[in-house]
Design a protein around this ligand. Sequence first.
Ligand code: NDP
Length: 278
Amino acid sequence: MAHRKVALVTGASSGIGNAIARSLHRNGVTVYAGARRVSRMNDLDDLGITTLALDVTKPESVEHVVDRIVSETGRIDILVNNAGYGLMGAIEEVPLEQAQNQFDVNLFGVARLIQSVLPMMRQQHAGRIINISSVDGKVAQPFGGWYVASKFALEGLSDALRFELASQGVQVAVIEPGGIQSEWSDIAAEHLQETSANGPYAQGASRAAAILTAAKRFASKPQVIARLVDRAALSRRPKTRYTAGAGNEILIARRLLSDKALDHLWRLVGKAAEQIIR
Ligand code: NDP
């Protein structure tokens, strides 16, 4: 008899993670949703989704969550590594402890979850690991150096993992969202202001923060990403990469243009964005 698939979604207290948890649940998956702010997941509880306290930077928290899922269901089929945030600020000015924390959440947090679920997935000889990267995993943006670095790293880690797990029955997919409505841009703009609003980068940083905040108006709904995750999680032959969301066409430009031509395009996009928000 076919069993119900079991999924863990990280960072489900907001934005994209919330939409992913709901959509997998609607598709008949038994969903466990994790985040630090458990009370922000009451809406998921009401749907019958199990919500759990999870801090991806804490090994004991990760272990506790994975142990609980395995003890309750005896399996784990789908891991969606979604928890993440954008540490913005000029590279020269971002304190390195903050940069380390960015990597601890966006990259090592992902690795902690992967290491924790893989023994079960290998035993099942089946599983899906879905990593939420970004268009910023392929294209850098000014004042996003540490965030971009964490997502570029996540892209490479995911490719290596895909090779390593090919013979184990576990498939790996990367999702590269463009601009999506969530708390992400507010948090990113706040970091940018805190770090770079008063120093030598003040002018560019204030402009970039204003664009980040204004871009929310043009951002896509989190459900467009949830639909991609459904496909990565449930289709028989998942792709290695999926993209959707405002501005994701920049990935095509990245493939076609030289570095300098892309820099030029980026500057033009920045200028156009400034005109729009004025
Ligand atoms: P939100 O800020 O709305 O949500 C981020 C989620 O991550 C929250 O649920 C937060 O929960 C969780 N989180 C943050 N730190 C931790 C931690 N240490 N442990 C566990 N959970 C944590 O942003 P989005 O929904 O937009 O972001 C989701 C993912 O999508 C991120 O990886 C982001 O980089 C990526 N992305 C977003 C884009 C966008 O335009 N919005 C574009 C491209 C990629 P809590 O604070 O309760 O722990």
